[in-house]
Design a protein. Structure first.
Length: 336
């Protein structure tokens, strides 16, 4: 089996020759290549090249087309500052509390901001490895996009003080996610991963998720499913209160942070594909022996269940030791 076949079999709870190894290698690929993040995050062709080099080094089953959490807000109108060795920061947000949500325009992925560079990277990777590796794109979920277009604190106050307009913002963000995600699928992504850290229970309560975010995620994953891609959700942190809503939202694949016990997720989501969940900082501070031991034990815990893909609990840190990432990948279960 190649990586794409292995991923698809596992996603369908079918037999695969081994567990897919898909650590979340994003900007770490630039560090490996000796490329500045300010270049990597603005050049789709460069991103594609670095991803292929990282995949060849580690022998993973996936390549990732993801720049940073600010691609969408930049396309909407926010101003960013880039640095060589770090992810960008927002200098000026596109939306302020006194603004009318109706003035916001859903960006065109073919034209606006860095979205076209993402589509270029997807097209290049699709042409080169689209039949043998799984190509994962990533985009921000609706709650995260709202917090990125106006700032976290202002967005939370806005939700409390202007609930109707806040819902209009969520609807706008949902439209952005759907248009951008479908464009990614058409450009070559096998699966767009919806990354929504602002939906974490550490930021908003589970009741808020159920009342305001669940139906919008359901819309998103329904649209992706119609476009031919499974629904993959990634919310970092202690997301145990949210797990029970995943089937209703159409989530077929969910990433687990290292803080979520795999056993608990297996119990709550017996038919959902689980991805994770080696502690990311162990890839920086741990030893290869420790990482291999923990990853092997995690793989062993899924014996007989299927529907598991070995990965980091969240993004592979920029400064990760290559020998530790290789140890994670090598721990995947080999089957006769």
């Amino acid at each position: 089996m190649n990586g794409l076949e292995r991923f698809r079999a596992t996603a369908a709870f079918q037999a695969a020759d081994r567990i897919p190894a898909i650590p979340l290698v994003f900007g770490h690929a630039a560090v490996l290549a000796g490329v500045g993040l300010d270049e990597y995050l603005r050049d789709g062709a460069l991103l594609a090249r670095c991803q292929l080099e990282a995949q060849a080094l580690y022998g993973t089953d996936a390549v990732y087309v993801y720049m940073d959490a600010f691609v969408e807000t930049e396309a909407v109108g926010s101003k960013l500052r880039f640095g060589r060795d770090s992810y960008p920061e927002v200098l000026e947000y596109a939306f302020k509390a006194g603004d009318d949500p109706g003035r916001l325009v859903v960006p065109d992925p073919e034209k606006d901001g860095r979205m076209p560079q993402i589509l270029e990277a997807l097209s290049l990777l699709s042409a080169q490895v689209g039949d043998r590796l799984v190509i994962v794109s990533a985009l921000e979920g609706p709650m995260t996009l709202v917090t990125q277009i106006m700032g976290m604190q202002d967005a939370l106050y806005f939700a409390a003080d202007h609930p109707d307009d806040f819902e209009r913002l969520l609807d706008f963000a949902t439209d952005v996610v759907i248009r951008y995600g479908i464009a990614q699928i058409r450009a070559g992504a096998h699966v767009p991963m919806v990354f929504d850290p602002s939906s974490s229970p550490s930021i908003v309560p589970a009741q808020f998720f159920r009342e305001f975010l669940l139906r919008r995620l359901t819309r998103i994953f329904g649209a992706f499913r119609q476009a031919g891609a499974p629904g993959w959700l990634n919310i970092p942190g202690h997301i145990q209160p949210l797990l029970r809503y995943c089937p209703e939202a159409g989530v077929q694949i969910i990433s687990l942070d290292y803080e979520v016990p795999a056993a608990e997720a297996r119990e709550v989501l017996p038919t959902t594909v689980l991805v994770g969940n080696i502690k990311p900082m162990d890839l920086v501070l741990g030893s290869p022996e420790q990482v291999f031991r923990d990853a092997s034990a995690l793989c062993e815990s899924f014996t007989g269940r299927g529907g598991f893909m070995l990965s980091s609990g969240s993004e592979v840190p920029l400064e990760s030791r290559p020998e530790n990432v290789r140890a994670l990948v090598s721990a995947r279960e080999e089957k006769e």
